[in-house]
Design a protein around this ligand. Sequence first.
Ligand SMILES: Cc1ncc(COP(=O)(O)O)c(C=O)c1O
Length: 376
Amino acid sequence: MWEEGLGEEDVLKELHAASRKDMKFKDGNILGSMCTEPLAIAKMAHFDFIETNLGNAGLYPGTKLLEDIIIGQLATLLNGEGVSGHIVSGGTEANITALWIARNTTGKKEVIFPKSAHFSFFKACDILSMKPVSVPLTDDFVIDIDKARKKVNKKTAAIVGIAGTTELGMIDSIEELASITPDDAFLHVDAAFGGFVIPFLDDMPKFDFKIPEVSTLTVDPHKMGMATIPSGALLVRNPENIKEIETLAPYLTLFRQTALSGTRGSAAVASTYAAMRALGRRGYSRIVQQCMVVTNYAADKAKSVGLEIVKKPVMNVLGIYMPTAPSKIQAGLDEKGWKVSVATNPECLRLVIMPHVTKQKIDELFADLQEVLAGV
Ligand SMILES: Cc1ncc(COP(=O)(O)O)c(C=O)c1O
């Protein structure tokens, strides 16, 4: 620990030096992250609520009200009028909490999820001593329902479907999963990414609380919700189920907690409120349409330079097959200042076309990609 403190100006200098090393979404070179530059008003709101802590909610009735309003708005967006929930730190915490509730409510320990599920489900199973049961995908990169059906048994605590897979943005058939979910098990939908995308696109399958069997749902405002990090949301259809994870917290103002975190930095609650209030459905719809225009532009561009795309993009995530190991291409692009990622199932280059990515950036990326391809 430093012995002497430093003047504000010098502290800022050190901070700025560190920040200059960081990439910034607004520069448009990050195509491998599911986050983006938050809306300006969301950043302001974050700063204004920097000292709030909903872990001790009795001190912050104003922030608690914002959280309740957000949950209500998300419930309406996702056809779950009356569902309850929490703002949490992101998709990982929401998924862990969902399985925690499922385990405690059902008293069972097996979790069935597709191979495409986010690794947070393995973390959740490890922490909760639950058994992960991974199900292969079909050729369309969604859960193989017949194979999933064979895994269901009397130890099944939860079946998980993904509405917007991390690697390719695919949507499992939640209706089919509902048809194989036993009455005493949970059906959890991970819409961490898709929850702020699917409702704004036409002709999409049902994936949310409109399906009566859906018990819990994850949706992340810090991804396509345009809020600051860390903001995730867990929605729970039956408020009684949340009590299954209630813990006494005697020294705090409300004496009990029903969230994984104790102290919950709640600036992102205000920022989520700000983003949702400022954008409304129309604002999100505009952002999603724009992302899809750029995504389809990137898909066409890939084809025009002789590359094969994995699937017609369902949402703003695009997989492109590479003629050689995608990690090599990724490394070549990295040297040219691009951050793209690779998918493993199938092996391909993965682009996430967030709101900070423009057509011009796609043109520049593909120019560099062709150079990298020519050099391998
Ligand atoms: C579908 C899905 N679920 C969960 C997560 C985990 O979210 P977080 O990184 O906010 O914990 C991600 C992250 O990309 C995701 O794509």
